[in-house]
Design a protein around this ligand. Sequence first.
Ligand SMILES: NC(=O)c1ccc[n+]([C@@H]2O[C@H](COP(=O)([O-])OP(=O)(O)OC[C@H]3O[C@@H](n4cnc5c(N)ncnc54)[C@H](OP(=O)(O)O)[C@@H]3O)[C@@H](O)[C@H]2O)c1
Length: 333
Amino acid sequence: MATELFFFTSIPNLPFPLIKFPKHHQSLPLFSLAPPTISSRFKTVSSSKARPSSSTVVVHAVQEEVVQTPNSDSKVTPASSSKLVLVAGGSGGVGQLVVASLLSRNIKSRLLLRDPEKATTLFGKQDEETLLVCKGDTRNPKDLDPAIFEGVTHVICCTGTTAFPSRRWDGDNTPEKVDWEGVRNLVSALPSSLKRIVLVSSVGVTKFNELPWSIMNLFGVLKYKKMGEDFVQKSGLPFTIIRAGRLTDGPYTSYDLNTLLKATAGERRAVLMGQGDKLIGEVSRIVVAEACIQALDIEFTEGEIYEINSVEGEGPGSDPQKWRELFKAAKAK
Ligand SMILES: NC(=O)c1ccc[n+]([C@@H]2O[C@H](COP(=O)([O-])OP(=O)(O)OC[C@H]3O[C@@H](n4cnc5c(N)ncnc54)[C@H](OP(=O)(O)O)[C@@H]3O)[C@@H](O)[C@H]2O)c1
């Protein structure tokens, strides 16, 4: 399977042509997210009625395809009222999907945003008990007041900027500042009682000196993401790192959330996971968001780093058991 590398999609006018990767051989289990589950989930914020439907589980591998019997044990993710999840980067492509999913699961969340107004545009008016928006720039340690983290049990960090110079670097919001210093500042501000921090990172961070990754790393994005990862690893906090391939599906930041979730009901739901930074390819932001949320509750993902891709096909939806199997299979490789 030849795979194209042209990730960090928000980069306008990439300064190099698309690069073809050599055929790579993986035999990882694949699942997918069922689109109707995603679009109906947001409605549960107000109606609390929609439930993911159980469907035939299709297990793929890159070289082969095996159809399994329906999984009658599929369970709906229970509401976890004991959690209070802080999302950093909740206005971004992955982050907004994370927040939407948390809302639909009745999980309380707190958002750390540079511009709190964006939360109202994206998520509508929510009561503060459910979704409390805090203003803060991760580059400024002074913004990260301990009060923001009071009671927070879990953190999902989806912050990022473009890999190459763009308007999003305005005000020195560069990879060095966001992916390294911002992550460092955020992690340093977290309470030691935290149950888990999930950091969204990138495939290729361990190979930033090698072609073709060195091209993506011309302005240091992979190097700084790796520094952020290392800081998380050494922090002593329980962590999981999710390294995404090139992101697809969004960001849809100009949509209201309901439209957004419907708009992203694409077909790239089958999930590939690996470890050791060998995976190359693309991944839907919907899949990444779901992986982050699922990892919070899977004890053996603590202290682990996973790479994630997705392709067309059926998959795990929001079924915790199927996600456990995916994470377990990735770990066993
Ligand atoms: N694009 C790809 O193909 C690709 C591939 C692999 C990994 N990744 C990584 O995956 C993650 C999610 O990507 P995405 O494209 O979904 O993200 P995105 O749309 O670029 O969103 C980034 C988020 O980070 C926030 N942010 C930026 N600078 C900040 C700062 N100084 N303080 C606080 N928040 C800040 C942004 O908030 P504002 O609204 O204030 O700007 C936004 O919410 C990122 O870490 C990205 O680098 C991306």
